[in-house]
Design a protein around this ligand. Structure first.
Ligand SMILES: NC(=O)c1ccc[n+]([C@@H]2O[C@H](COP(=O)([O-])OP(=O)(O)OC[C@H]3O[C@@H](n4cnc5c(N)ncnc54)[C@H](OP(=O)(O)O)[C@@H]3O)[C@@H](O)[C@H]2O)c1
Length: 211
């Protein structure tokens, strides 16, 4: 960190936004931990998986969910939880190796999990378009209804400096906002085609308050 960055950091630490964010974070963390603690006191045993259908059952409507950034953190946890809820979970990430590992981890805890992985880089519009094509083909090949019930825009990065993507955007804006926006737009027809109301969940952060 050079002197200019140090001065900027110190200046930011003296702003009202920083302190507001710090207080919000701390309070919400304490609240979340208290909630988890209270839940652990009253929850006796884990909820058993709710499995209703198999992919080979012709015409069966297995709900399909797509989770971006499903190879680690919140995305991986959501993928596991939704697999237990009977969703066909589509894991989207940049690395095939990480995707395979994430699927193995889920199957180690839920051997009946219905999982599919696709490589997609949210920084590349081309990659997003390719993902949509592969997804549609897979739905067709698997005899699944041509629709998506849940999209979780979870992938995100916290960049410490500005780096440009091949398409000329700031990487953090590209991943956290533009990529998620393009993916959502391109998947909207599949979501609108859902026989039950479909849902989009955008995972975000208090940090935007300091923007
Ligand atoms: N953890 C927190 O305390 C916290 C706090 C506030 C907000 N959030 C938000 O919550 C979300 C998840 O956070 P996390 O901590 O669980 O994240 P994480 O463990 O760092 O995982 C981020 C995921 O995003 C994926 N990703 C990154 N760039 C990508 C790209 N260009 N294209 C496709 N996927 C990409 C990564 O997949 P690959 O690298 O395998 O491609 C990875 O699986 C993020 O949106 C984050 O901003 C988290």
């Amino acid at each position: 960190m050079d002197v200019k960055e140090l001065v900027e950091t110190l200046h930011f630490a003296c702003t009202a936004e920083f302190w507001r964010m710090a207080i919000f974070w701390t309070l919400s963390l304490i609240f979340s931990y208290l909630q988890l603690f209270a839940q652990s006191l009253f929850t006796q045993k884990p909820i058993p998986p709710r499995k209703t259908a198999t992919p080979t059952t012709t015409g069966t409507r297995i709900p399909v969910c797509i989770i971006t950034g499903a190879t680690s953190g919140l995305g991986a946890a959501a993928a596991y939880a939704l697999s237990r809820e009977g969703f066909y979970v589509v894991l989207a990430g940049r690395s095939s190796h990480m995707l395979l590992k994430a699927m193995d981890d889920i199957r180690a805890q839920n051997k009946d999990a219905l999982l599919k992985a696709f490589e997609v880089d949210l920084l590349s519009f081309q990659s997003i378009v390719k993902f949509k094509g592969s997804l549609q083909q897979w739905l067709l090949d698997s005899n699944l209804h041509s629709s998506v019930q849940l999209l979780i825009n979870n992938a995100g990065i916290l960049a410490t400096s500005c780096r440009l993507t091949a398409e000329g955007y700031d990487q953090m804006m590209g991943t956290n906002y533009i990529g998620a926006f393009c993916l959502t737009q391109i998947l909207l027809p599949l979501m609108e085609n859902s026989p039950v109301p479909a849902r989009i969940v955008n995972v975000t952060s208090f940090t935007h308050r300091s923007g």
